[in-house]
Design a binder for this molecule. Structure first.
Ligand SMILES: Cc1cc2nc3c(=O)[nH]c(=O)nc-3n(C[C@H](O)[C@H](O)[C@H](O)COP(=O)(O)OP(=O)(O)OC[C@H]3O[C@@H](n4cnc5c(N)ncnc54)[C@H](O)[C@@H]3O)c2cc1C
Length: 234
């Protein structure tokens, strides 16, 4: 796969341990991706790190956004954090099969923890831009540890207010606060109504433990494996 280059045009902290990076492709470089895919950033000749694209392919032709959990604090995180505006990165991509199928169910459930929201944000924005949010009910379940770890709250609140998404539930696993649910993001699954299940699809992204647990709970509820789509970050 061909190498591409982009320069950093925006960098900001958006939560306690999360930074957002906006890149502009260098002239003549193109990135034709599907919502849900990722890029592999070349950190050094021997090291690559994958980051899901958080922006929609329909929102800009020559820009893309990544959101990065800085806690792992390894080569990938430090490479990104050390970038200044106008610095260039090399990457390979788009890569990945975590994309929405052509035939979408009426009810679309998006389940994420932490920066696992990145590919789901891209998918949700794409559905909204295409006007598909009028035909499909978008349910978003987003979990973090503490309130200071949450991000994109204003964005998803505005989608909820204008009716683009039907549901936006925030879960905090280490804190109890108003307007959030205390505990794991997966806890709504046992209460899913049996009528909704045959016409629903599930898009899950985050750490392996959460993804595995959500998948097992959905299968237990009778969701077909062909209606579950997931990406594991670590
Ligand atoms: C398909 C795919 C897409 C991804 N997209 C994103 C994304 O959009 N945003 C993002 O922040 N990360 C994403 N990741 C994770 C990312 O690729 C790196 O693994 C992460 O940034 C750590 O890299 P590092 O070099 O800084 O740390 P490393 O040196 O690789 O790891 C340092 C330590 O942290 C642990 N660790 C690695 N990754 C994580 C993690 N995500 N959370 C907690 N502990 C971890 C490792 O086990 C190790 O002990 C994605 C991973 C995959 C496979």
């Amino acid at each position: 796969m061909a190498k591409s280059s982009a320069k950093l045009i925006e960098k900001k902290q958006i939560a306690n341990f999360v930074w957002e990076f906006k890149f502009e492709l260098l002239e003549s470089h193109k990135l034709y991706f599907e919502a849900g895919q990722y890029v592999a950033i070349i950190v050094d000749p021997k090291t690559r790190r994958q980051y899901s694209i958080a922006s929609s392919p329909l929102s800009s032709e020559n820009e893309f956004i990544l959101c990065v959990d800085i806690k792992p604090n390894g080569l990938g995180v430090n490479h990104l954090l050390s970038l200044n505006i106008d610095d260039e990165i090399s990457f390979i991509g788009p890569i990945g099969n975590f994309v929405m199928p052509k035939m979408l169910s009426t009810n679309l459930f998006f389940i994420a923890t932490g920066t696992g929201i990145a590919p789901l944000r891209s998918m949700i924005e794409t559905l909204i831009i295409k006007g598909l949010c009028k035909k499909h009910n978008i349910h978003l379940h987003f979990g973090t540890r503490n309130i200071n770890d949450l991000f994109y709250t204003d964005l998803f609140d505005s989608y909820l207010r204008d009716g683009s998404i039907k549901e936006y539930t925030k879960y905090l696993s280490k804190e109890s606060l108003p307007e959030t649910i205390s505990g794991y993001v997966t806890q709504f699954i046992p209460n899913l109504s049996p009528e909704i299940i045959p016409d629903s699809q599930y898009f899950i992204c985050g750490g392996t433990e959460m993804v595995k647990s959500a998948e097992a709970m959905l299968l237990e509820k009778g969701v077909l494996s062909t209606n579950i789509f997931h990406e594991k970050f670590h």
